[in-house]
Design a protein around this ligand. Sequence first.
Ligand code: ADX
Length: 636
Amino acid sequence: MDYLKIVIVGHVDHGKSTFIGRLFNDTGMLPEGKLEQLQNIAESRGVPFEWANLMDGLKAERDQNITIDTAQIWFKTQKRTYVIIDAPGHKEFLKNMVTGAAQADAALLLIDAKERIQEQTKRHAYLLRMLGIRQLVVLVNKMDSVEYSESVFGSIKEEFTKNLASFEVGAPTFIPISARNGDNIAGKSNNMGWWTGASVLQALDAFTMPPSREHLPMRFPVQDVYRFDHRRILVGRVESGTIRVGDKVSFMPSGKESEVKTIERYPLEFIPNEDIPSLLTGASIPRKQSEFAVAGESIGVTLTEQVFVERGHVAYNAGVSGPRATKEFKARIFWMGRPFGVGKKFVMKSVTQEADAYVKSVHSAVDSSSLEPVLPADIVQKNTVSEVTLSTKIPVSLDLAKNIVETGRIVLMDGGIVSGGGLVTSIDDSLAAPSGPKSSNIDLSSSRVTREERAYSVGHKGMVVWLTGLSGSGKSTLARAVERDLFYCYNQQAYVLDGDNFRHGLNSDLGFGRSDRFENIRRIGEVASVMADAGIIVLVSLISPYRSARDAARHCCEKTGIPFIEVWVECPVEVCEKRDPKGLYKKARAGDIKEFTGIDDPYECPRHPNLIVNTAGSTLEECVCNILCLVHEHVY
Ligand code: ADX
């Protein structure tokens, strides 16, 4: 159905309920005679009729008859239908907004003309922006309490426009209203002759509909896998896009592939839900099959070829860019719990996925009402919006929220309580576990020679020495010198994996863009770990400019017990440029080479390297000696 979801926010006493009651009445949504009936009831009780009580009255009545979702109220204008996403209180509102329980397309923000802009007003405006809600109308309410004064309206508008500018919200429409008296709600007010702008309904109808989620890339997060007879049915809700019978689908983060055989729908009461365990045993649930399903629909899916899929896995169209499997990402979060700093652990949820996570770094935090930076900068306080890097124990599948918000939103649980939520702003997929083989028919075979037996035979263990640094910093010179000494002086098996050499062979398909460099580093990391497993002291000489890519290489080795030492070959870029052994800096300065590390491409220096050798300040011998010492601490 074509409806626009709006949220109405504002400081607690700024007239939200009255406004909603009035809106409901003025759009003709009240059943015939209902208003009179409620007015009579109020009169008979000797209390004044309040618009604010209208919705409560209706809700109570509705609750007794059928259970409908009372948090959602809808009304119609000539143009379209609107759903008001309501929340019982301030805290719930924040919670619903950040957790995505209530995702609005547009917002109305109420300000009491007399009370003017409050902290909460600013906080709400900031949150709307943070949640990506760009369509906003500011309603200056209770104009009757300020004698419908044009100057009061003007000054609030001016002040709040300044506030909004500081959080980059585009200039919204401001409308002076009196919800109680119905001024400028459905039609033009007689009390504000000076007002030539739109009424609330006109402003609402001027909002644009969000782009349809059906046309986004398909995402089907699996909620559960049920087995009926011989069939395995994956159930869940299509979060975006359209899924069709015959579609080739991949599952993140496992990388498994199959094809959609059937799409099944169940009567509403059978829609799988964690609260209805009886479904698990209900073998004869009535169902209908269909050819496709679109975003928002809860369905069951069967596959032609059974692959291992479990709750939390996300299906997408194979061959089309999917969600990214990651163990590390940045998110902008709104925090409602107790203050925390780096290292804080919680449970992260994203659609049907759940993973233990911890805070790896806090980049910035601002107070959501004052918008001042929060100090100390590495502590996340309550009611702040922070940019943090989160690390998860297992790979999770995520999208950037700006692309697909449903799979780009996270919820943070602390001690079982929803304590925060936010949006994924960048994803580092280099740390995700390898997606696994493309087929389930590939097994691992193990050697009948143990690593210890090999070490005994060769006289030392294998390991990886990872030399990272700028081009021209001296990595290769050092690696070759260490290789030579190990071989000739110590009779040890050493071998250099040099970035330039690999780019002539195995990695000749890769360039210098970010993802190619990640892949370059990943492949060399894999090769290094295999060679070290074979008992060789592997010396890697690679710019490897990205911290997380180097971490991934370390993980690749350490997960199977191979020692890995990271050596930062430190040398100021000016010195490297002066040396310029291959004349590349000159070319980069002249613009002949693009994305040159240190010039117009970043180098992320190691934060905790096992060793730093400074080739600008020490001799080659000193650096070689330091590396040799460290190697010999690990190989015996
Ligand atoms: S990495 O960034 O992917 O780790 P790698 O170490 O394999 O780089 O290769 C770097 C070598 O490629 C440098 O020694 C240099 O000779 C050459 N090179 C060519 N173009 C670039 C570039 N844009 N950035 C860095 N090095 C480049």
